[in-house]
Ligand binder design. Structure first.
Ligand code: NAD
Ligand code: UGA
Length: 317
């Protein structure tokens, strides 16, 4: 059986990916250092089911410093999700942490991968934030123009992947995810903050006029895209991974009101630096080369996320 490594396995997307891999009968080694971008207990909760599975092996290690040679020995697939995420939080004095966790860690992994003859594929988690804003559905050949420090680091790491592919034949594909939502979404992200606050009868912060829009992508569709990118014959490719729903923040809030069955009190705040006005994925390339097809619409996804947050709020009481 192929050895699989998932970096960032305690996070929102990484833990969901590990669960799918185990359900599909793979053995998985997961690595995470519980970075403090949000509560350790939340990440431990993400790992709960995984830690009970005999075919899951967890390493609490920091990819900035851990020796990678023994971890990568015999590995066939690496899903590289570990990073410091978040567009708006990437301003300020902590930029070194973004450089270290997003660029240096990726470079270390790629360098170590050169010495792994068993390696079949690395799938790198890139981001729509490498584009900056978009006026309509955007294809992968658009010139990148990140407008946040986070976007700069995600683009650098993606370009490192391309360099290691072109110079050393490291078989890597990069997936540019577009605003991912669903159960376990990071607490700094819009749906999580808004659903939690509506359920707690607190006002929700809206940055700007709420007319900004996103190509919202359900987490299970992102997980499927990872599997397709790993097990396809494509190498050295970059794919947009978008969802079924392109909506404004205002439209999202109306859906949250429906699925929480509560009215939202709104607190309008200034627009945030680094936030693109609109994002919109053209996913023709992923459809054609990977047979990627998102299946979760926004209503189903929000309903599942509301259900999860309600359950966690009641168990936290
Ligand atoms: P997350 O913060 O929930 O998960 C990332 C995990 O990586 C965390 O558990 C963290 O502890 C771990 N990590 C960070 N640095 C590490 C290090 N040096 N060593 C070991 N572990 C480390 O974030 P997420 O939302 O699940 O994002 C996963 C990936 O997807 C990231 O690369 C992010 O940039 C990318 N991405 C996310 C979205 C989104 O909408 N959530 C969109 C585009 C791209
Ligand atoms: C998300 C992730 O957080 C990034 O890690 C990722 O790289 C990026 O998607 C991506 O697609 O590449 P973002 O689009 O900002 O970034 O996602 P949310 O935090 O869910 O915000 C969505 C929109 O809601 C933004 O326009 C934001 O300004 C708005 N928002 C967010 C609010 O109005 N209020 C809030 O409390 C939170």
């Amino acid at each position: 059986m192929s050895k699989i490594l998932v970096t960032g396995c305690a996070g929102f997307i990484g833990s969901t990916l590990c669960e799918r891999l185990l359900q599909e009968d793979f053995d998985v080694v997961g690595i995470d250092c519980f970075r403090s971008n949000y509560e350790r207990t939340t990440k431990e909760r993400n790992l709960c089911w995984l830690l009970q599975q005999p075919r899951f092996h967890f390493l609490e290690k920091d990819l900035i410093s851990v020796s990678l040679s023994s971890i990568l020995e015999g590995v066939a697939y690496i899903f590289h999700l570990a990073a410091l995420p978040g567009v708006r939080t990437s301003w300020g004095t902590d930029f070194k942490a973004y450089v270290d966790n997003n660029i240096l860690v990726t470079q270390r992994l790629l360098e170590a991968a050169k010495k792994v003859p068993t390696l079949k594929k690395i799938v790198y988690s890139s981001s729509s934030s490498i584009y900056g804003g978009m006026e309509g559905p955007t294809t992968e050949d658009r010139i990148p123009n990140p407008i946040s420090p986070y976007g700069v680091t995600k683009l650098s790491a993606e370009q490192l992947c391309q360099l290691y592919y072109k110079n050393f034949g490291i078989p890597v594909n990069s997936l540019r995810y577009f605003t991912v939502f669903g159960p376990r979404q990071r607490p700094d992200m819009a749906f999580h903050r808004m659903i939690t606050r509506v359920l707690n009868n607190q006002p929700i912060p809206i940055y700007g006029d709420g007319q900004q829009s996103r190509d919202f992508t359900y987490v299970d569709d992102v997980v499927t895209a990872n599997l397709l990118a790993a097990f396809s014959s494509c190498e050295g490719e970059i794919f947009n991974i978008g969802g079924l729903s392109h909506l404004s923040v205002k439209e999202v809030i109306s859906l949250i009101e429906i699925y929480t069955e509560k009215p939202a009190r709104k607190n309008h705040l200034p627009p945030q630096a680094g936030d693109p006005k609109h994002t919109w994925a053209n996913i023709s390339k992923a459809k054609k080369l990977l047979s990627y097809q998102p299946i979760f619409d926004i209503e189903k996804g929000i309903a599942l996320q509301v259900q999860e947050i309600k359950k966690n709020l009641s168990s936290d009481l």
